[in-house]
Design a binder for this molecule. Structure first.
Ligand SMILES: Nc1ncnc2c1ncn2[C@@H]1O[C@H](COP(=O)(O)OP(=O)(O)O)[C@@H](O)[C@H]1O
Ligand SMILES: [Mg+2]
Length: 156
């Protein structure tokens, strides 16, 4: 649970620090849930100094940090076929971290592992968000999540 934009940003920053090459992050949540805020925090955690913008119109923004960061917005795609037709698969299982906003659009048929991050608004409070992280049982992604949680616990 986070209580402000700044809290979501710093949670994402700490998460970004744990990521390894080939990490695929699926972000879902309504408009203005905080997907782009989360992406900015991940970018900070990856050591990117550039200002991270929403790729809603460009579909993809690429940044160089500790690892390359490929920030996608799938809202305007119709499915995974579009993703492949645009040549975006070139960035998957590669040297960097992939983050996809509106990932539900390309979820079906996505050929690689990923971490799901769902951001939900809590109706009663304008600034409260619930962030839910999930990965497939026994996967490398699950291992990264566990390691991050242990790290977070030891820093409380
Ligand atoms: N706890 C929170 N976490 C993230 N954003 C929040 C939070 N509370 C309020 N906000 C606001 O919600 C909006 C999220 O915008 P954005 O990240 O662009 O959403 P999305 O990319 O999901 O459409 C911002 O205006 C931000 O200030
Ligand atoms: Mg966005």
């Amino acid at each position: 649970m986070t209580n402000s934009e700044a809290e979501t940003y710093s949670l994402a920053e700490s998460f970004g620090k744990m990521l390894t090459p080939g990490s695929n992050l699926f972000l879902d949540g309504d408009l203005a849930a905080g997907k782009t805020v989360f992406a900015k925090g991940v970018g900070k955690g990856l050591g990117i100094v550039e200002n991270i913008k929403s790729p809603s119109y460009t579909l993809l923004c690429i940044y160089e940090g500790r690892l390359p960061f490929y920030h996608f917005d799938a809202y305007n795609l119709s499915g995974i076929d579009d993703f492949f037709d645009l040549g975006f698969d070139e960035y998957l299982e590669n040297d960097g971290v992939v983050l996809i906003e509106w990932a539900n659009v390309i979820r079906e048929g996505f050929p690689y592992g990923h971490i799901d991050i769902k951001i939900d608004k809590i109706a009663e409070n304008e600034e409260q968000r619930r962030l839910t992280f999930t990965a497939r049982d026994g996967s490398e992604e699950e291992r990264i999540l566990k390691e991050w949680r242990n790290h977070e616990d030891s820093c409380l």
